[in-house]
Design a protein around this ligand. Sequence first.
Ligand code: ARG
Length: 399
Amino acid sequence: MAERVVLAYSGGLDTSVGIGWLKDATGKEVVALAIDVGQGGENMDDIRQRALDCGAVESLVVDAKEEFANDYLMPALKANAMYQKTYPLVSALSRPLISKHLARVAKELGASSVAHGCTGKGNDQVRFEAAIAALAPDLTSIAPVRDLALTRDKAILYAEEHNLPIRQSAKNPYSIDKNVWGRAVETGFLEDPWNAPIEDLYEYTQDPTIPREADEVTITFVAGIPTAIDGVSYTPLGIVEQLNTLAGKHGVGRIDVVEDRLIGIKSREVYEAPAAVALITAHEALEALTLERDLARYKRGVEAEWSNLVYDGLWFSGLKRSLDVFIDDTQKYVSGDIRLKLQGGRATVTGQKSAQSLYDFDLATYDTGDTFDQSLSKGFIEIWSLPSRISARRDLAGS
Ligand code: ARG
C-alpha cells in the first residue's frame, strides 16, 4: 500500500489543488480531513465530495463544533483570552483541535505524515506543526504552499488544467479564516493600515453606526462557564451561537489591529467576534464581583501568558497545562448573572449579581447601616505609609 498523508482540508482552492499536488510531489495517497468548527457557509457534504473529486483516496468530515466550544472556547473564556489585549485568538484556538484530529486519523490509517494549506509567513503553520509535534512526535508535517512551491497562480492553473470542481475564489482578495468564535480577515487593500475597513468585510456583525434600539441580555455563569441566556439553558456551543446573533446584530466585537505575528512580521488584521467579546466582557465583570483582589490581579498576568502561549502554538505544552489548572481553580466561585446592554458596537455591563459575590453592601454603603469602622483606616494608613515616610526622610535629608 502506498504511503498516506492526512491533509487538513478546507474545501478552498489551495487545499483542493493540494491533494493532487501532494500526490505528484511525494507519491503519497492523500486522505482529506475536513473539520467543522462552526465556520458555516458551505455544506460539509459538498466539501467531503469535492476532496474525492480532486483525487483524495478517502475523505472524512468531523463535526467538532461541540468539542471546540467545550474544550477550547470555554478554557479561553475562563482565561479572558485576548492576545495583545485585542484579539480573542479565533484561529489560534481551532488549530490545536484540527491537529488533534489530524494526528488521530493519521494513527488510525497508518499515515506517516500530515499536511496543511498554510503559507510560510503566518502563525497557523507553527500552530499546526507544533501541535502535531506535541501529540505525535513521529509524524512529519508537509505544507504544499510553503514546501512544494504551490503558489496561488499555479493553483489556479492546476485547477483549470485538471478540471477540478472548484469555485474560482481567485477573485476574493482576502484571506479569511472563521469559526464559531469569530472571523479573521487579512490581505487585499487592508495591507495598507491607513485604509479603513469597509462594510463589505464583515459577515458576523451588522454596521454598529446604524441606529437601533438597545437589546439587553442576561448571561448566567456557573463556575466560569456560561449556561443560560435570559434564563434559557444552552450548551456552551449554543450560548456562543446565540450571542453571535444577538451581539452581532449590534456590531459588537469588531476589531481592527496591527498585530505581532510569532514569525516576526507585523500584520494588519480585521476581526469580528461578537460572542467572544460579549462573553469575555461579562465574564470579567463577574470575576470583578467574585475574585479577591490579589487573585484577580495575579490572574490578569496569567491570562496574558496563557494568551501568548496559545497564540504561539503551544496549546499542548506543559506551561499551558499548568496554567489551565490555576485558571480552573480560580473559577470555583465565578457563578452568577451578568446583564449586558448591546448597542452601537458595544456590550456594556449594566447589572451584576452572584450568590458568591464578595461585594458587601453594608461595607460599601455611605448611608445608615454602614458596618465599616472608618476609625480603623487611620492606623492602617499610618503603617501602610511607614516605608514611604522613612525613605522620604532619608531622601530629603540628602538634598
Ligand atoms: N492573525 C490571526 C492569527 O494568527 C489570524 C490568522 C488567520 N488565518 C488566515 N489564514 N487568514 O491567529
